[in-house]
Design a binder for this molecule. Structure first.
Ligand SMILES: [Zn+2]
Length: 135
């Protein structure tokens, strides 16, 4: 096992070496409660293997991960009954891809995210569209 994987908290949870509140599991993915929730029902869906960036995954694996995200989102919808179930994907603070899946109500502090949480920036939309389109 790589050093990165032996120390990674989400790998430890996937191996059953660290406590978690599992709410879903299949061969590829794990759904757990976030231990620092921003709302009741805030969950994480993670691949069991150590992956950092979702856009570096094989399409087949990404499809399996998002199948689990959809199941967890529907579980949150049934259990908590929010207006929306939202997702946010990072992998920075904890260097193991995790999809945050959380309930959101109309007009709550999550509903305007990300614009509500960041200062506005001035962007030349023609220029940035051209750069991304041609990248
Ligand atoms: Zn890991």
């Amino acid at each position: 096992m790589k050093m990165e994987e032996s120390k990674c908290i989400l790998c430890k949870i996937a191996r059953g070496e660290a406590k978690s509140w599992k709410i879903y599991e299949d061969d590829f993915s794990l759904g757990i409660l976030d231990i620092n929730p921003c709302a009741e029902g805030h969950c994480l869906v993670v691949p069991k293997k150590h992956v950092v960036r979702f856009y570096e995954m094989e399409d087949e694996e990404l499809s399996r991960l998002f199948h689990a995200v959809k199941i967890v989102a529907n579980k949150i919808k049934s259990a908590i009954n929010p207006d929306f179930v939202c997702i946010f994907i990072r992998g920075g603070r904890i260097s193991h891809l995790h999809v945050a899946v959380f309930p959101s109500m109309k007009n709550d502090s999550l509903s305007g995210f990300p614009q509500s949480s960041f200062e506005k920036v001035t962007v030349n939309l023609d220029d940035v569209a051209e750069r991304i389109r041609n990248a």
